[in-house]
Design a protein around this ligand. Structure first.
Ligand code: SF4
Length: 467
């Protein structure tokens, strides 16, 4: 048994600054929490458990629920990368937490824990009954497993000139995106993106923009790991601090030309694609998804990104008893359970709706989120989760994504076009924001200074203003 790990405060001492072109100049160190590096919040310590591609077995899911109940506050938060956060962890529980996560196979590497940020199309291989072309030609979950293994044992794949550039130097925010061709993951703007192209090929690019490289699908995980090293080399050469590709000035960003040479040296053939077709598609929504084999996948969303351990167990039980035993946690704060018989899937979905999970795109809770807020975060100017819940209960269905934030950091806010509900200290300021760039155009549509009817009306108006 390891000694109890110290809880490391991770709040950055300095503020990041916006720069031209949507860049962010990073002032402090990377304070991203992990399974070992806990963040101190007002409601206790916080741990982030990385789940590459969101993949969990039912046994791992049960282990997480037990950890949440016995060491934390009994809830499981799903992040915008499809990871799970545990809050309210008691002082001194770090060692036991790490042991339990290791025992469940959820902490395969201490050194590389925080760099295992891999998002993958959650419906890959599960849909396509109505649209066979959308079924996903390549198993991107298999890519994710292979990439995760490379991230956890990078010494075996570190050719010159990357000597000394260890992947543990990546920020906890650096994101690998594995898109099966439907465009859901491309829309997240990963730092290294792989896009399946047919069954045999893939497109590799930085920051989900062109130019790119065409490579063989079998080489995709290894090429992605090398692309991350190329980012570290570019970062090293720039002499600046950056967590993500887009934080670097354009002249310092890694290029696919240099990467192509590195791939060749590693035995990976590539062809340049000056203007690759980059798909953009919607995220998976809540409901049932029918596959070509007639089996169904359950898709549910956590209200404001949070499940109680009891709700989590209901989903886990569906996977264990009626599904394949696999769960896929999504970057849209949901969970997909593959492989249920159609009749059973419908009754399971009804039970999950009765338990308070979001199971329909017509729910006002669909595409609604909130940061931790009070009392968990000292920076928050309001109990945004309670205010959001009160507001959503009276709202009409959906519309634009909406996100409540307790302060201007807006942790975990969605991308694309979304409604920003920002606590001001004496109410909320509501704006429609275009997140295409971090400094993108913002249209303020209304303001409200109450959490009662006025706020609900203003949020409803904003959600339908540009949808
Ligand atoms: S956005 Fe929310 S969670 Fe993030 S620092 Fe502000 S109040 Fe805290």
């Amino acid at each position: 048994m390891l000694a109890a790990m110290p809880v490391t405060p991770t709040s950055p001492p300095e503020r990041d600054k916006p720069a031209a072109g949507g860049r962010t100049v990073r002032a402090g160190g990377d304070a991203c929490p992990g399974a070992l590096r806990l963040h101190t919040a007002d409601d206790g310590a916080l741990a982030r458990v990385r789940l590459p591609a969101g993949l969990l077995t039912d046994r791992q899911a049960v282990a997480l629920a037990l950890v949440a109940e016995e060491l934390g506050d009994g809830n499981l938060d799903i992040t915008s990368r499809g990871n799970v956060q545990l809050r309210g962890l008691a002082d001194g529980c770090g060692g036991e937490l790490a042991d339990r996560l290791r025992g469940a196979g959820l902490l395969p590497s201490d050194r590389y824990d925080r760099v295992r940020n891999v998002a993958a199309s959650p419906l890959c291989g599960l849909d396509g009954a109505a649209e066979p072309s959308r079924a996903g030609a390549t198993d991107v979950q298999a890519w994710a497993r292979a990439l995760d293994a490379l991230l956890c044992t990078p010494a075996s794949d570190a050719p010159a000139p990357y000597d000394g550039l260890d992947l543990s130097g990546l920020s906890g925010r650096f994101l690998f995106g594995l898109d099966d061709g439907r465009g859901d993951i491309v829309a997240l703007g990963p730092d290294v993106t792989l896009i399946a192209s047919g069954e045999e090929q893939a497109v590799l690019c930085f920051a989900a923009t062109g130019p790119g490289l065409r490579i063989a699908a079998r080489d995709a995980p290894r090429a992605a790991a090398l692309a991350a090293r190329e980012f570290l080399a570019a970062l090293d050469h720039s002499g600046t601090r950056a967590w993500r590709v887009r934080d670097l000035a354009p002249e310092h960003r890694p290029g696919v030309e240099a990467l192509a040479d590195r791939l060749t040296a590693a035995g990976i053939a590539s062809d340049p694609l000056p203007r690759p077709r980059l798909p953009h598609g919607p995220p998976v929504g809540p409901g049932l998804v029918t596959g070509r084999d007639g089996r169904c996948a359950l898709s549910v969303t956590a209200p404001l990104g949070r499940l109680t351990a009891a709700q989590w167990r209901l989903v886990t039980t569906a996977a264990a008893q009626d599904g394949t035993g696999e769960l896929r946690v999504t970057p849209w704060r949901g969970i997909v359970v593959p492989g249920l018989p159609a009749g059973t899937a419908r009754s399971r979905l009804t039970a999950l709706a009765d338990a308070g999970l979001v199971t329909s795109t017509t729910s006002p809770w669909h595409r609604a989120g909130a940061c931790a807020g009070r009392p968990g975060c000292a920076k928050s100017l309001a109990d945004v989760r309670a205010d959001a819940a009160a507001c959503l209960t009276g709202l009409p269905p959906a519309g634009l994504p909406v996100y409540w934030s307790g302060c201007e950091r807006r942790c975990g806010h969605p991308g694309g076009t979304w409604v920003d509900v920002l606590a001001t200290g004496d109410g909320y300021r509501i704006a429609v924001r275009d997140g295409a760039t971090e400094t993108g155009p913002e249209t303020e549509v209304s303001t409200a200074h109450t959490t009662a009817g006025g706020l609900a009306d203003a949020v409803a108006a904003a959600r339908t203003s540009a949808d």
